[in-house]
Design a protein around this ligand. Structure first.
Ligand SMILES: [Fe+2]
Ligand SMILES: [Fe+2]
Length: 289
């Protein structure tokens, strides 16, 4: 039988934990610009330039072998022109969230390292595929993908060794991490991720995705972001880029994803991109300040 706990009490405990009290400011600022139709490239440039560490890391990435540009990119403005506005927003949101993935015990860090790459891969796949889904804003799809398993970070920080045992059991028995979380902790990463997203007042697209990314629909037209991140999550697993600790992931041809109507060529092309970008995903977590 699933463990029964006081969810109201757990929720209030998590909401006052230092790491989860408020959203990373970079993430919050980029989302505010994304949601404001009057904002644009100048606002994103100002946000990145105000955060020295973000600006330095962005320029280092832009000039790295990964992007492979022939001339040196010297300013944030140039980076926006060359990498694109969405590209810079995505890097800034990722850098904003990265810090939380670098904290904790050695066991937490090892798990978070793989989870980070899995989250970056899911975010990238969601953003690439969102171009084929009307009604979904690519940078919000990216953010929802980036944070979709954030509940696992919260659970590990809170439950420690108890959560480590749940992760190990999922690996040993090749089973669903979500089901084991419910069984042994009385709560799952989708629910606690949703709680924190609500506390942080994140956009509805993000909070709904965190809450329902393991549900099986059906989804109406206004909620296509949920199966979109669901299939992006599956593609991250199938490409073997990172690891979110779940050993019974769905397949991309699951009927659940039918309404999105991606064809085999689109799926294969996204998986290729994820494999090509995997070293950049890993590098972004460990860029020196
Ligand atoms: Fe998940
Ligand atoms: Fe995942």
């Amino acid at each position: 039988m699933d463990k029964v706990i006081d969810l109201g009490q757990l929720r209030s405990e998590l909401q006052v934990e230092d790491d989860f009290k408020s959203p990373p400011s970079l993430l919050q600022e980029i989302l505010a610009v994304t949601e404001d139709p009057r904002s644009g490239a100048k606002d994103v440039q100002a946000i990145v330039e105000r955060d020295m560490s973000c600006a330095v890391k962005l320029l280092r990435l832009a000039n790295s072998a990964y992007y492979g540009f022939s001339r040196q990119i010297k300013t944030v403005r140039e980076a926006i022109v060359i990498i694109g506005l969405d590209g810079v927003k995505n890097v800034a949101m990722s850098l904003g969230v990265a810090e939380v993935f670098t904290k904790g015990t050695p066991a937490e860090k090892a798990f978070f390292n793989n989870l980070w790459i899995h989250s970056m891969a899911t975010a990238t796949a969601a953003s690439l595929l969102s171009r084929k889904v009307p009604n979904v804003v690519p940078s919000l799809a990216y953010c929802a993908g980036l944070l979709h398993d954030f509940g696992k970070v919260i659970l590990f920080h809170h439950f420690g060794v108890e959560y480590e045992e749940v992760i190990n059991r999922a690996a040993e028995t090749k089973s669903s991490l979500l089901a084991l979380e419910r069984k042994f902790l009385g709560v799952d990463h989708a629910l606690v991720g949703y709680w924190i997203a609500e506390t942080w007042d994140l956009p509805q697209v993000v909070t709904e995705t965190l809450q329902m990314h393991h549900d099986s629909g059906p989804w109406d037209y206004a909620r296509q972001h949920i199966p979109l991140v669901g299939i992006a999550d599956v593609l991250a697993y199938e490409s073997r880029v990172g690891n979110g600790g779940n050993f019974s992931a769905r397949r991309y041809d699951d009927p659940f994803f039918n309404p999105l109507r991606f064809d085999e060529a689109q799926i294969k092309s996204v998986m290729n991109d994820l494999r090509k970008e995997s070293s950049r995903f890993a590098a972004m977590l460990h860029l020196d300040p």
